[in-house]
Design a protein around this ligand. Sequence first.
Ligand SMILES: [Fe+2]
Length: 574
Amino acid sequence: MPSNNSRRAFIIRMASVSATLAAGGAMAEEQLEGLGSAASARRDGPVRFDYGVASGDPLSDRVILWTHARRRFTNLPVVMRWEVASDPGFRRVVSAGLVTARAQTGYTAKVDAKGLHAGRTYYYRFRTLFDVSPVGVTRTLPRAGVESVKLAVFSCSNYPAGYFHAYGEAVHAGAEYAVHLGDYIYEYPANGYASQDAAALGRTSVPATEILTLDDYRRRYAQYRSDPDLKQLHARVPVIAIWDDHEIANDSFVTGAENHDEATEGPFDVRVAAALQAYHEWMPIRTPDRSDLKKAYRSFDFGDLLSLHMLETRLLGREEPISLLDLVNPATAPAALAEFASPDRQMLGQEQVSWISQRLYESDATWQVFGQQVLMARMEFPVSILQALNPSNTSPEAIAAGARAVNDYLAAKATAAINPALLTPQQQALLNPQINPKLGYNLDAWDGYPAAREVLLGTAAALGKRVISLAGDTHNAWHSDLTLLDGTKVGEEFATPGVSSPGLEEALAALPPAQTTAIFRGVIDTLKFCDTYRRGFLLMTFTAQSAQGQWYFLNTVKSPTYTVAQDYTASLAA
Ligand SMILES: [Fe+2]
């Protein structure tokens, strides 16, 4: 029997030989510089690419490539050669260089691979002397003569809540690029939000505590990135991503978050810095400003067909959300309303508003698309309903009062549509916006920042632009008109269901989904479609003639086996 040491050396050599064969033979002598030696490879062990590869932020001549690499036996940095080829066998390498995965970046490595041609598919990988990563497929942005673009849109992927089938299905559906609108991870402890099935699914959160430190956030990303569907998406499709709140803490704004307590969890800024460092390490994002990781807003031009503007709505400008209860309580309403309606109330911050205004002015693309987190459409309910629906009171009497308020309002609307002369004085009052004004029910969304929304949509309208808003956050699917305060239509919002986070079917468990849909569609004038109970993703197809949204829904995220249905499609003509 060979000794343990020599057996280990033998295994390493065998692993190295097989990896080298898999990589297409040994590298030429001049390529080896910086990649260590056979002796160091034996000492440090083979390199593990446990989280696969990823690409993102494509431009017409470059794309970000990502991997994570560690030696099996040591914590030494891993120097790698990255290669981009026009063929899957890497016979025609078109761009290459060296990059290092080291402890300072949590052993992640990113490179901006340049010198590529527009609108092309490329293959990429990372190699050491004896080891090679899985091969990824990516695509640059097209520059001219673009006939169509297919974007898969995702949000709210909660690992303990269920399987990430949506990611794999988007690859099968032919997505050319992916947009992730945030809640890519969740910050909660293992016994926290949406974790009741985690143990049964084998998806208990790591670490078990709520994540606060850089090491916590890194470990959470590592767990999510071990998911096979997410690995597949990243290896096959370039991803353009922006965070929402849960990459930091629930309902984040500039100076704090609903789920952050400075007394027990330390300064919010320290947590934000840790969360954003981990985000920029683990996501294939270009990091527009290294001196300020919050500045993640950026644009992607797909020739003259569409400009995708990724907006940051959490940490740069957003003021603290206003409580709906304060707005509908007569005692607190005047002060809350003054703050709510202030023309100075910020969502993006002045600098980002200037930037997006300039980008809208400059871009002649047919479609101006906002890739952003929270619903921009008006999800407004009359105060008569909001006052009756007291979320802290779930007694049968309170629920009955809420149902009565909904029925009374819908009956008044129906009567007005048939013959306004038949309206009773009470019904006239219900439909009078002076007496019974409408308010968004979720003030963490753009409904909580009406002046900021009017500035953004008003700018687009003044410039004659056609706007599409892509949104996430709610875990449910929505399709709505985007309107100015005076009712002028500026564009449409296509909102993706969550990948796995529970939606209204959980919050409104007493209502059958058909009834929930009937209420939302009945009350909200600008809402064209909603699905309030299924997870999935949205596939957007842009052409010069139309912007089409196809919603894909899964029957379950709680089982490895599932079915997928594509049963709602909406098209907006250019
Ligand atoms: Fe979410």
